[in-house]
Design a binder for this molecule. Structure first.
Ligand code: TA6
Length: 256
């Protein structure tokens, strides 16, 4: 069993055991919440692009593999509870399950996933050493040009030209390649053409906003030419304030 498929009266969902990665979530009669590639299949040991990958124990290319090893290893489904209004899943990954020469530290990761009227993910990290982490959510939109993001902080680090930037507006329309690390706020709203997604970040220090646009996605083998028009990453992260024995969470709601 590599994937958990759920057909619930309120939603449908797919979760890969690799990375404990939710790759599909859709409330009944709504647009999909999450974007996932259909340019590639899931392959063991390779990152799958889409849904909510867990980046740990480092964010980005600080070391190899990019965004850490949590997203490319199989987690254990530890607990499942099915109810009329929700499904609850709990996954673990620990140092006994992996023998990694490049990461010789003891750790236990627990991911609690609540699927119901909201989608909530809570990652508790117990580790010998400080780490960085992200819940790297890919949200779906029918059209990036008719989508805006609200509730962002006024300062961010622009990863594309390695600069700190201060802006007056807390809203953002995306019409070019973007890769920014914002200071976290408690809440962001994605205004899609027909509805809103509300993202509550808990215990994050940063919120990453990423869309590779056409020029960036040309270099990404598992994205098709037009895919950038249908996705936006808003990531709940601990980058500038590393994380050790704490929990990082995101709760996502739908409105409209
Ligand atoms: O979160 C943004 C980012 O770090 C970008 O810089 C971009 O490279 C993206 O993640 C995807 O990384 P990946 O290793 O999944 O290709």
């Amino acid at each position: 069993m590599d994937m958990i498929e759920i057909e619930h009266q309120l939603f449908s969902a797919k979760v890969l055991l690799q990375g404990a990665q939710i790759i599909h979530f859709q409330w009944k009669n709504q647009q999909p919440l999450l974007w996932s590639t259909d340019a590639s299949f899931y392959q063991e040991g390779k990152p799958f692009r889409g849904g909510i990958p867990i980046c740990w124990p480092w964010f980005g290319k600080a070391q190899d593999p990019s965004h850490g090893f949590a997203r490319i290893n199989k987690w254990k489904l530890f607990y499942r509870e099915d109810k009329q209004d929700s499904v609850y899943l709990e996954f673990i990954l620990n140092s006994d399950m992996l023998k990694l020469s490049y990461w010789p530290y003891i750790f236990l990761l627990k991911l609690k996933m609540y699927l119901g009227k909201e989608l909530a993910l809570s990652l508790s990290i117990d580790s010998d050493v400080e780490t960085t982490a992200a819940l790297h959510s890919y949200f779906y939109t029918e059209s990036i040009e008719q989508t805006s993001i609200h509730g962002l902080s006024h300062s961010f680090f622009d990863q594309l030209n390695q600069q700190n930037v201060i802006r007056e507006s807390s809203s953002l329309k995306i019409d070019e390649q973007i890769d920014r690390i914002y200071q976290s706020t408690l809440l962001n709203v994605i205004q899609r053409p027909q509805d809103q997604i509300v993202i509550h970040h808990e215990n994050a220090s940063d919120v990453v906003v990423w869309n590779p646009w056409s020029e960036g996605s040309e270099k990404i083998s598992d994205m098709k030419t037009q895919d950038y028009q249908h996705m936006i990453c808003i990531e709940t992260a601990r980058i500038n304030t590393p994380i050790k024995n704490e929990t990082l969470s995101v709760m996502i709601q739908h409105k409209g």
